[in-house]
Design a protein around this ligand. Structure first.
Ligand SMILES: *[C@@H]1O[C@H](CO)[C@@H](O)[C@H](O)[C@H]1NC(C)=O
Length: 183
Protein backbone atom coordinates (compact mmCIF):
# COMPACT_ATOMS: atom_id res chain seq x y z
CA UNK A 1 0.00 0.00 0.00
CA UNK A 2 1.46 3.35 -0.89
CA UNK A 3 1.61 6.08 1.78
CA UNK A 4 -1.16 8.14 0.16
CA UNK A 5 -3.60 5.22 0.12
CA UNK A 6 -2.72 4.50 3.71
CA UNK A 7 -3.38 8.11 4.63
CA UNK A 8 -6.71 8.15 2.82
CA UNK A 9 -7.79 5.17 4.88
CA UNK A 10 -6.41 6.79 8.00
CA UNK A 11 -8.30 9.95 7.14
CA UNK A 12 -11.57 8.07 6.70
CA UNK A 13 -11.01 6.33 10.01
CA UNK A 14 -10.12 9.57 11.73
CA UNK A 15 -13.28 11.21 10.38
CA UNK A 16 -15.18 8.33 11.96
CA UNK A 17 -13.46 8.93 15.28
CA UNK A 18 -13.87 12.67 15.09
CA UNK A 19 -17.56 12.11 14.57
CA UNK A 20 -17.90 9.58 17.33
CA UNK A 21 -15.41 10.74 19.89
CA UNK A 22 -14.93 14.45 19.15
CA UNK A 23 -11.24 14.04 18.47
CA UNK A 24 -9.56 16.63 16.32
CA UNK A 25 -6.72 16.34 13.82
CA UNK A 26 -4.37 17.76 16.45
CA UNK A 27 -5.19 14.92 18.84
CA UNK A 28 -3.94 12.39 16.32
CA UNK A 29 -0.29 12.92 15.48
CA UNK A 30 -0.47 13.93 11.84
CA UNK A 31 2.48 15.61 10.21
CA UNK A 32 2.03 19.28 9.30
CA UNK A 33 1.61 18.64 5.57
CA UNK A 34 -0.94 15.92 6.29
CA UNK A 35 -2.94 18.34 8.42
CA UNK A 36 -2.78 20.88 5.58
CA UNK A 37 -3.96 18.35 2.98
CA UNK A 38 -6.80 17.18 5.24
CA UNK A 39 -7.90 20.80 5.71
CA UNK A 40 -7.57 21.42 1.97
CA UNK A 41 -9.62 18.26 1.39
CA UNK A 42 -12.40 19.36 3.68
CA UNK A 43 -12.44 23.08 2.81
CA UNK A 44 -11.49 23.35 -0.86
CA UNK A 45 -11.46 20.16 -2.90
CA UNK A 46 -11.96 16.54 -1.94
CA UNK A 47 -8.65 15.36 -3.35
CA UNK A 48 -6.65 14.73 -0.18
CA UNK A 49 -4.74 11.91 -1.82
CA UNK A 50 -3.68 14.05 -4.79
CA UNK A 51 -2.63 16.81 -2.41
CA UNK A 52 -0.45 14.44 -0.37
CA UNK A 53 1.11 12.93 -3.47
CA UNK A 54 1.92 16.29 -5.04
CA UNK A 55 3.44 17.73 -1.87
CA UNK A 56 5.45 14.55 -1.21
CA UNK A 57 7.30 15.12 -4.48
CA UNK A 58 9.48 17.51 -2.43
CA UNK A 59 11.19 15.28 0.18
CA UNK A 60 11.57 18.27 2.51
CA UNK A 61 7.79 18.60 2.87
CA UNK A 62 7.03 15.41 4.85
CA UNK A 63 9.92 16.39 7.16
CA UNK A 64 8.73 19.95 7.75
CA UNK A 65 8.15 20.40 11.47
CA UNK A 66 6.80 23.95 11.47
CA UNK A 67 4.20 25.71 9.37
CA UNK A 68 6.81 28.38 8.54
CA UNK A 69 9.01 25.80 6.86
CA UNK A 70 6.06 23.99 5.30
CA UNK A 71 4.63 27.20 3.82
CA UNK A 72 8.03 28.06 2.35
CA UNK A 73 8.44 24.61 0.76
CA UNK A 74 4.90 24.65 -0.64
CA UNK A 75 5.30 28.09 -2.20
CA UNK A 76 8.73 27.12 -3.47
CA UNK A 77 7.14 24.13 -5.22
CA UNK A 78 4.49 26.49 -6.62
CA UNK A 79 7.20 28.74 -8.10
CA UNK A 80 8.93 25.75 -9.73
CA UNK A 81 5.67 24.29 -11.00
CA UNK A 82 4.58 27.64 -12.48
CA UNK A 83 7.99 28.13 -14.09
CA UNK A 84 7.64 24.76 -15.83
CA UNK A 85 4.13 25.73 -16.94
CA UNK A 86 5.46 28.99 -18.34
CA UNK A 87 8.17 27.11 -20.27
CA UNK A 88 5.50 24.83 -21.69
CA UNK A 89 3.43 27.82 -22.80
CA UNK A 90 6.44 29.56 -24.33
CA UNK A 91 7.09 26.42 -26.36
CA UNK A 92 3.46 26.19 -27.38
CA UNK A 93 3.65 29.81 -28.48
CA UNK A 94 6.22 28.85 -31.14
CA UNK A 95 3.67 26.73 -32.97
CA UNK A 96 0.54 28.57 -31.86
CA UNK A 97 1.18 32.29 -31.34
CA UNK A 98 -2.46 33.13 -30.61
CA UNK A 99 -3.12 36.28 -28.53
CA UNK A 100 -4.35 34.16 -25.60
CA UNK A 101 -1.26 31.96 -25.48
CA UNK A 102 1.03 34.97 -25.83
CA UNK A 103 -0.77 36.77 -23.04
CA UNK A 104 -0.69 33.78 -20.65
CA UNK A 105 2.87 32.71 -21.52
CA UNK A 106 4.41 36.14 -21.04
CA UNK A 107 2.67 38.71 -18.90
CA UNK A 108 0.35 36.49 -16.91
CA UNK A 109 2.77 33.72 -15.96
CA UNK A 110 5.36 36.39 -15.13
CA UNK A 111 2.73 37.81 -12.78
CA UNK A 112 1.83 34.39 -11.33
CA UNK A 113 5.48 33.61 -10.56
CA UNK A 114 6.01 37.08 -9.12
CA UNK A 115 2.97 36.77 -6.85
CA UNK A 116 4.22 33.43 -5.48
CA UNK A 117 7.72 34.89 -4.97
CA UNK A 118 6.33 37.92 -3.16
CA UNK A 119 4.26 35.63 -0.94
CA UNK A 120 7.39 33.57 -0.25
CA UNK A 121 9.26 36.66 0.89
CA UNK A 122 6.62 37.44 3.54
CA UNK A 123 6.05 33.97 5.06
CA UNK A 124 8.21 34.54 8.12
CA UNK A 125 7.59 38.19 8.96
CA UNK A 126 4.08 38.78 7.77
CA UNK A 127 2.05 35.72 6.77
CA UNK A 128 -1.07 37.84 6.33
CA UNK A 129 0.70 39.88 3.64
CA UNK A 130 1.78 36.60 2.04
CA UNK A 131 -1.88 35.51 1.96
CA UNK A 132 -2.85 38.85 0.43
CA UNK A 133 -0.39 38.31 -2.43
CA UNK A 134 -1.92 34.90 -3.03
CA UNK A 135 -5.48 36.20 -2.86
CA UNK A 136 -5.26 39.52 -4.69
CA UNK A 137 -2.26 39.61 -7.04
CA UNK A 138 -2.46 35.96 -8.01
CA UNK A 139 -6.22 35.91 -8.55
CA UNK A 140 -5.91 39.07 -10.62
CA UNK A 141 -3.29 37.72 -13.07
CA UNK A 142 -4.90 34.30 -13.31
CA UNK A 143 -8.13 36.09 -14.23
CA UNK A 144 -6.37 37.88 -17.09
CA UNK A 145 -5.09 34.62 -18.56
CA UNK A 146 -8.49 32.93 -18.19
CA UNK A 147 -10.18 35.95 -19.77
CA UNK A 148 -7.83 35.83 -22.75
CA UNK A 149 -8.47 32.10 -23.16
CA UNK A 150 -12.22 32.68 -23.06
CA UNK A 151 -11.96 35.27 -25.83
CA UNK A 152 -10.09 32.80 -28.03
CA UNK A 153 -12.34 30.60 -30.17
CA UNK A 154 -9.97 27.62 -29.75
CA UNK A 155 -10.36 25.49 -26.62
CA UNK A 156 -7.16 25.35 -24.59
CA UNK A 157 -7.79 22.44 -22.29
CA UNK A 158 -4.13 22.00 -21.34
CA UNK A 159 -3.76 25.62 -20.31
CA UNK A 160 -6.78 25.28 -18.04
CA UNK A 161 -5.06 22.30 -16.41
CA UNK A 162 -1.98 24.47 -15.77
CA UNK A 163 -4.16 27.14 -14.23
CA UNK A 164 -5.84 24.54 -12.01
CA UNK A 165 -2.34 23.73 -10.69
CA UNK A 166 -1.96 27.40 -9.77
CA UNK A 167 -5.28 27.25 -7.91
CA UNK A 168 -4.12 24.12 -6.08
CA UNK A 169 -0.96 25.81 -4.80
CA UNK A 170 -2.81 29.02 -4.01
CA UNK A 171 -5.29 27.14 -1.82
CA UNK A 172 -2.82 24.79 -0.14
CA UNK A 173 -0.38 27.63 0.61
CA UNK A 174 -3.16 29.68 2.17
CA UNK A 175 -4.28 26.77 4.36
CA UNK A 176 -0.68 26.35 5.55
CA UNK A 177 -0.15 30.10 6.11
CA UNK A 178 -3.35 30.29 8.14
CA UNK A 179 -1.60 28.22 10.81
CA UNK A 180 0.86 31.11 11.27
CA UNK A 181 -1.82 33.69 11.92
CA UNK A 182 -3.12 34.54 15.37
CA UNK A 183 -0.78 32.26 17.28
C1 LIG B 1 2.48 20.88 -11.13
O1 LIG B 1 1.59 20.62 -10.06
C2 LIG B 1 0.58 19.68 -10.29
C3 LIG B 1 -0.24 19.55 -9.03
O2 LIG B 1 -1.11 20.60 -8.87
C4 LIG B 1 1.16 18.36 -10.69
O3 LIG B 1 0.12 17.45 -10.98
C5 LIG B 1 2.05 18.54 -11.89
O4 LIG B 1 2.65 17.33 -12.22
C6 LIG B 1 3.11 19.59 -11.62
N1 LIG B 1 3.84 19.84 -12.85
C7 LIG B 1 5.14 19.73 -12.92
C8 LIG B 1 5.71 19.94 -14.28
O5 LIG B 1 5.83 19.49 -11.95
Amino acid sequence: MNPSTFLSILFTLSMFFIYHASLTTSTINFKSYQVVCIEYGTQVSHDIKGCLKTLESDPRIPEAKTYDALSIFIIDQAVKNSTLSQNFLKNLMKTDPSPAIKQCANEDYDGIIKAFKNALAYVIHNPQTAINYLRKDLTNVVGKCLGALKDDPKPYFEVNVLISNVYFYQAVAEVSLNHLIGQ
